[in-house]
Ligand binder design. Structure first.
Ligand code: NHF
Length: 461
């Protein structure tokens, strides 16, 4: 099958979070199963890599509407990058006109695929940034021949971010007629990209079975629960995998000494290296945090619990950037000696923390899938996590990690106390081995996506 992926992020070219990781590794797994993949993403000023110029794609919407297209090929997957002046900025997101920027990107996508001679059997879009594509393919007047009827899949990586704007503006950015808004785009008076994708994609997936159930409720649906309920029969949770070649302690170049299930002594070396760097005592058990510093991730809960965790005997090391208030609180606790932290986005240091920590804290309020717990387990680091979304689906309490139910610092502290009692015992060693032996590769999930694509193709679902 020919599958077109469309995403705002693709690792290693662009990434702010797990979306980039997933779109960076799932297409390769699909290609290994024999499918033909093209991934289209924006050509940011900050892009990592040097695409080869492939020409200009003209797309509907006025004289000036043309995009420069660059291509690269890696791991059996073709990558196309859409060059628009909108993407020549310092950051990927965070601008008042983000919805307009990604509407324009979506409008260019069919023409970019056409320029490259790629006629997809399936268009697979990810999160709100590309969620207007099903509407554009169906109702837009500029899709190249054959694109209009192409089946679409929308994967929701995070239902909280929806791409909201004024309805009249969205219609003009997309070049769509007004009746499309009332039927498919409006939610509570606003134009909502994710709502449009949910209503119009042929199938919808999200990144874990538990999150697929959770988003049907007001607590996790962020206002989309009713639309999702309507499409319940077309919604499926498929667990993410991780790139097991990148995340492999046996060959990880960021570690002082590689290690594996057979000989985990390099894990100790990693801990010594991190503790030296951070001024921590390597004899104490270590809780690591590698996360966006955001309310979603429950970082506020961790910071509230930090003193009690320290009193239990833990050291804490936090790596991440994000919400200025959470960054400030982290700095305060660091200056009080409660924890160590680096407020940075540092891929190499993240590898070291995954290896060095005894426990990785993931106290998320919601977690569509979560990748860090899978990485942690592969590195023999036991997750200490809130039982939600993909965390619930991938961690077995008392066997491969420690789970707590409510997003409450007291519950986090209690679960950490259980982990502390277990630490150093033969149970701990057994848990580490079981965690390291888990298979979080993409192979199984990639097959689930192929199964979904096939069902759409054969119309028997
Ligand atoms: O793993 C990739 C990621 C998820 O839980 C994560 C999230 C955003 O919040 O699917 O997307």
């Amino acid at each position: 099958m020919r599958v077109l992926f469309v995403s705002s992020e693709v690792f290693p070219y662009s990434k702010t979070g797990g979306l980039g990781d997933v779109v960076g590794s799932l297409p390769g797994a699909l290609a290994r199963l024999g499918h033909e993949l093209l991934v289209i993403s924006p050509w940011y000023a900050t892009l990592v890599g040097e695409p080869v110029w492939a020409g200009d794609a003209e797309f509907p919407g006025g004289e000036e509407e043309r995009a420069g297209v660059g291509i690269l090929e890696a791991g059996g997957v073709r990558q196309a990058f859409v060059g628009l002046d909108d993407f020549r900025r310092e950051s990927i997101y965070g601008y008042a006109d983000d919805v307009r920027r990604f509407c324009r990107f979506c409008r260019a996508v069919p023409q970019v695929a056409q320029l490259l001679g790629f006629r997809p059997d399936i268009v697979h879009v990810h999160d709100w940034h590309s969620a207007y594509l099903p509407a554009l393919l169906r109702f837009g007047d500029g899709s190249p021949e054959g694109f209009r009827a192409t089946p679409t899949v929308l994967t929701i990586h995070n239902a909280q971010y929806q791409g909201v704007s004024q309805p009249a503006e969205a219609l003009s950015w997309l070049g769509l007629p007004a009746e499309v808004a009332s039927d498919h785009i409006l939610l509570n008076g606003d134009a909502n990209a994710l709502r449009a994708g949910i209503g119009l994609a042929t199938k919808i997936t999200t990144v874990s079975p538990t999150y697929a159930r959770e988003i049907l409720t007001p607590e996790y649906g962020y206002g989309l629960e009713a639309v999702l309920q309507e499409r319940k029969d077309d919604l499926r949770g498929i667990l993410n995998g991780i790139d097991t070649a990148t995340w492999d302690p046996a060959v990880d170049p960021h570690l002082p000494q590689p290690y594996s299930l057979a000989d985990a002594s390099g894990k100790r070396q990693a801990k010594v290296a991190l503790c030296e760097r951070a001024g921590l005592d390597p004899a104490r058990p270590l809780i690591g945090v590698v996360s966006r510093l955001a309310e979603q991730k429950g970082i506020d809960l961790l910071l509230q619990a930090a003193e009690s965790l320290k009193a239990q005997g833990w050291s804490i090391f936090v790596l991440g950037t994000g919400d200025p208030q959470l960054e400030q609180r982290t700095r305060e606790l660091r200056s009080q000696g409660v924890l160590a932290a680096e407020l940075a986005f540092d891929e190499g240091l993240a590898h070291l923390v995954y290896a060095a920590a005894d426990v990785l804290a993931i106290p998320s309020r919601f977690e569509p899938c979560g990748l860090s717990q899978m990485v942690a387990m592969r590195y023999g680091t036991l997750p200490l996590a809130r039982a939600t979304g993909g965390l619930r689906d991938t961690i077995v309490h008392g066997r491969t990690g420690f789970l707590f139910e409510e997003p409450d610092p007291a519950e986090l502290v209690e679960a950490a106390a259980e982990a502390m009692r277990c630490h150093g015992s033969s149970d701990w060693a057994r848990m580490m081995l079981e965690a390291m032996a888990q298979d979080f590769s993409w192979d199984r999930s990639a097959e689930s996506y192929v199964d979904l694509y096939r069902r759409i193709g054969s119309d028997d679902d």
